[in-house]
Design a protein. Structure first.
Length: 450
């Protein structure tokens, strides 16, 4: 058993709403102590010392919405490549979605992914099982201490997982005692919009038509149904990638403890708007679509006032050639996990959020909502998942050349920032340090308190 002791000192710890000059003591996999100031006696104790030089020390990011494409779509990405990108970006734990090939809709498929991750992932890992119209018995047989919950697609998805029947949703909620995470877009409205737009403008559609087809009504209608059903069934619901101001009316402000319905948004909805389709094109094409500046501003306020509980990436890598085409033919999705924390801290630097808000939405609240065991906070007895960030480095520009994801590109290409992840520690082991990956590190299976 690893009993190595490490002291990270001379850092500004940002945790649970506080920011203070202090230190963290690590013993083996766990945090042993956290304190203010300089730990004079500990510095003489013979432990390994890491001088943070006044940088920020944050809990590791928990990204509860990723598509690592493994198995079956590994030409785009796999658990090894994407977990490398994750730790390079300060993400110490991820929860992967079920729309792979084959889809993760059985207990055996879930177990296969857990085994694969144990062999190759540098970050801690967890998985959803996907709902279909006819896999209720499988969902009932899952050990939800080893599974984040049930993912349900109300809009188009990969692998036959479209569930547009409220009867199926109600039956799952009635019989499966697990959190349900929902992709909420109304399939009927979406198809009608697509048909109407094509009839009027033809099929060679510019990217600006993407949020016209997947518009506010598509999102709100499905989200309203999902929320109303969860409240009627008294069942825990997490509304994924909220993209509109309209949907905020369905949510409650405040902290996630005690909420029946919680909500996630993503960095792309907080950073971009439909005004950038002309310049960035399919690089920012995702589902749900990025919408108006007014939606972006409302979502930012929703993060600040607690209507939005978590920020996750919906990291969805595709090869560059797959992103070519029109609003109808270019695939949807973008890689973000490597730069999500950097982007959010840059927005904090610009006054959009505070660093404490970023930590709350990306580290603390994911652990609270999913009941993740001993992660997401800098507390004695918790796993030592930590990120050291230089938040005042010389400005540099993110480019495609920096990307560790297999797809080799980023929608943030050309963005100049002045913060970077210097070090990522996963369960007490350094996985990333000053641009170097420690590829022998292996993350641990996340456990969920159900």
């Amino acid at each position: 058993m690893n009993s190595k002791r490490t002291i990270i000192h001379n850092v500004y710890v940002v945790n649970e709403g506080r920011s203070f000059h202090g230190y963290v003591e690590i013993e083996g996999e766990f945090i042993r102590s956290v304190g203010d100031g300089d730990p004079e006696e500990l510095l003489k104790s013979g432990a390994e010392l890491i001088d943070g030089r006044g940088r920020l020390l944050l809990p590791g990011v928990i990204d509860t919405h990723v598509h690592f494409r493994d198995p079956g779509l590994t030409r785009k990405a796999d658990m090894e490549t994407e977990s490398r990108a994750a730790v390079a970006g300060g993400v110490t734990s991820f929860v992967d979605m079920p729309n792979t090939k084959p889809p993760t809709v059985t207990v055996s498929a879930l177990e296969d992914k857990l085994k694969r991750a144990s062999e190759v992932s540098l970050a801690n890992y967890g998985f959803f099982i996907g709902a279909t119209a006819d896999n209720l018995e499988e969902l009932k047989n899952v050990d939800y201490s080893r599974c984040a919950g049930v993912k349900l697609f109300m809009g188009s998805s990969t692998g036959g997982m479209l569930v547009d029947s409220l009867e199926v949703m109600e039956r799952i909620m009635a019989e499966v005692p697990a959190l349900m995470a929902v992709h909420a877009e109304d399939e009927t409205l979406l198809n009608a919009n697509r048909k109407a737009v094509v009839e009027r403008y033809g099929e060679e559609l510019e990217m600006e038509f993407h949020p016209v087809i997947r518009n506010h009504r598509v999102c709100f209608t499905a989200s309203q149904k999902a929320v109303a059903t969860a409240r009627r069934m008294n069942h825990r619901l997490h509304l994924l990638h909220v993209s509109t101001a309209d949907e905020l009316a369905l949510l409650e402000p405040g902290t996630p403890e005690g909420k029946l319905v919680t909500a996630e948004t993503c960095p792309q909805y907080l950073a971009f708007s439909d005004e950038q389709y002309g310049m960035l094109g399919s690089r920012i094409k995702c589902n749900p679509a990025i919408k108006r500046p007014a939606d972006r501003e409302a979502l930012r306020e929703g993060v600040r006032n607690g209507l939005i509980d978590t920020i996750a990436t919906d990291h969805a890598p595709h090869l560059a050639e797959e992103k070519l085409g029109t609003a109808l033919t270019a695939v949807s999705g973008m890689p973000l996990i490597q730069f999500s924390l950097t982007l959010m801290l840059q927005m904090a630097e610009e006054g959009v959020f505070t660093v404490a808000e970023v930590v709350r939405k990306m580290c603390h609240n994911p652990a609270v909502i999913y009941g993740i065991d001993r992660r997401g906070f800098i507390r004695p007895g918790y796993y030592a998942d930590l990120v050291l960030v230089d938040n005042d480095c010389d400005p540099y520009t993110i480019t495609d050349a920096h990307v560790l994801s297999r797809c080799g590109w980023t929608p943030l290409n050309g963005l100049t920032v002045n913060n970077k992840v210097d070090m990522t520690i996963v369960s007490g082991e350094v996985a990333w340090r000053f641009g170097v990956l420690f590829s022998g590190v292996r993350g641990k299976e996340l456990r969920f308190n159900v």
